[in-house]
Design a protein around this ligand. Structure first.
Ligand code: ATP
Ligand code: MG
Length: 450
């Protein structure tokens, strides 16, 4: 029995490699996590067997990345990514290696990897640790350090600096000095990296406990100005009154305090005030104003997320949350006002919006808001939703067919009348009856057709 907890099916797979006289090692994040005393998340293997040989050894093998020597073994419910030892040629475009060739030993394979903590291998099935770059010690010291010369390693692949920051947020490790100092020196390489790859790292940062760790490091290394100039522009932009932080610190705190399992809310928090520098002005009393900043912020968020190739549905969700984030509830709100709020936000977005508000408030005061922060408004929403469901034109007691029978021609005028009826019902749900609405519709039509 080895000292690490390896999935029994992975050990069975390793026995099959051995039976074929092939070397096989557990590599990547799994070894890093096991050495940290954490359970492994996925099982990646490295072997001297060629992909065709692996395909011949197992019944179910998918050629997932045959160009890079990678196949995926499906074995008893696990998918195990298996890559033949390889070294990478130069990265002349800073994006992906020009060539990939097979290497003859695990040590050679490990030398192409990014950080010492990721350049460990565990020989299977006997669990002998291969650690040519001091990865174990760096994990113990909680340090992220490049394998070899950081400037060279970052020049090969400009994504690596961002990966270092991402791991720093995920693991709460510090970045070793020379590694950190190399980041500003290789920004011109990072600039060339495909935006999809950047986005995948940003997503992992946003799923970590405290994304601000990575964003603050981005700022000090110049990555923020490069990748998110709109955020960098928020540095030093003071806010008014009860705000203790400048706009950038406020955004980073709000992002930290948004639920980490809700990427849309985290993104909305990160960008919700990003339009403030553009709209900032002083009123007659010399007080800062940020007129309609939510609209400008939503537009800038859309620009950023489009640039990072986020899917449109997520962009729409995030920008909608930002656009509606400026509500100021008090108990003077009439039921009609609450109904209009529900319609404007949309029922499916209410929970996200309240999460965003909580994060926003937390990031304003620096103190955890009371659990009941949004409760009065939530209670009124619940009560109204339970009572009445007329929250869109579709819910009206009359439809286009009914109006047509009253002699109202289909077209833009009918659309206008339906909208007017809906407004009426929002003000007073009692009006949502066929006879009442028909009467109002007929009167409106008489007025409008002149
Ligand atoms: P996790 O999957 O938990 O995010 P990981 O370390 O497994 O972390 P992956 O992106 O899955 O990260 O990569 C697997 C391994 O491949 C890494 O541990 C590292 O050894 C190597 N690697 C990945 N990306 C790079 C890169 N851009 N440059 C050099 N080595 C890399
Ligand atoms: Mg991995």
């Amino acid at each position: 029995m080895g000292k690490f907890r390896i999935h029994p099916s992975v050990l069975e797979v390793a026995e099959i490699f051995k039976k074929h006289q092939k070397e096989v090692y557990l590599v990547g994040g799994a070894v890093r996590d096991l050495v940290r005393g954490q359970p492994a998340k996925d099982w990646d293997l490295a072997t001297d067997a060629r992909p065709e040989e692996v395909q011949a050894m197992f019944r179910r093998v998918i050629p997932t990345g045959i160009k890079h020597g990678t196949v995926t073994i499906l074995y008893k419910g696990l998918s195990i990514e298996t890559t033949t030892f390889r070294i990478e040629g130069s990265y002349s475009d800073g994006r992906r290696p020009d060539t990939v060739s097979y290497a003859s030993s695990i040590e050679e394979d490990l030398s192409r990897r990014d950080f010492t903590m990721n350049a460990l291998a565990l020989e299977l099935p006997e669990q002998r640790l291969v650690d040519p770059f001091g990865g174990q010690k760096d994990i113990k010291d909680r340090v992220i350090r490049c394998v070899g010369n950081p400037i060279e390693r970052f020049s090969e692949d400009g994504l690596r600096p961002l990966r270092a920051l991402r791991f720093s947020a995920q693991l709460k490790f510090t970045i070793e000095d020379e590694t950190l100092k190399a980041i500003p020196q290789t920004l011109y390489i990072t600039e060339k990296v495909a935006m999809e790859r950047v986005r995948d790292e940003v997503d992992k940062i946003l799923a970590s406990e405290q994304p601000s760790i990575a964003f603050r490091l981005m700022e000090t290394t110049g990555l923020l100005a490069l990748l998110f100039p709109e955020m960098q522009a928020c540095r030093g932009v003071d806010q008014k009154g009860f705000h203790q932080f400048d706009v950038l610190d406020h955004l980073l705190l709000a992002c930290d305090y948004a639920p980490k399992d809700k990427p849309a809310v985290r993104l909305a928090a990160l960008f919700h005030d990003i339009g403030k520098p553009a709209v900032r002005d002083k009123d007659e009393l010399g007080i800062w104003t940020f007129y309609r900043h939510e609209e400008v912020s939503a537009q800038l968020a859309r620009d950023i997320m489009t640039r990072l190739r986020y899917p449109n549905a997520l962009i729409d969700q995030v920008c909608h949350l930002i656009a509606v984030h400026m509500f100021h509830y008090d108990d003077q709100w009439t039921d009609a006002a609450v109904r209009r709020f529900i319609v404007r936000v949309g029922e499916p977005f209410l929970n996200d919006l309240f999460d965003l508000r909580r994060a926003d408030t937390w990031g304003t005061t620096g103190r955890e808001p009371p659990a009941a922060l949004n409760q009065p408004l939530r209670d009124r929403i619940m009560a109204l939703l339970a009572k009445n469901k007329a929250l869109s034109i579709k819910d009206l007691a009359v439809n286009g067919e009914d109006l047509a029978q009253l002699g109202i021609p289909r077209g833009p005028m009918m659309g206008k009348i339906l909208k007017e009826l809906f407004e009426t019902v929002l003000d007073d749900p009692e009006e949502n009856r066929k006879e009442k609405l028909s009467l109002i519709a007929r009167n409106l039509y008489e007025k409008l057709k002149q």
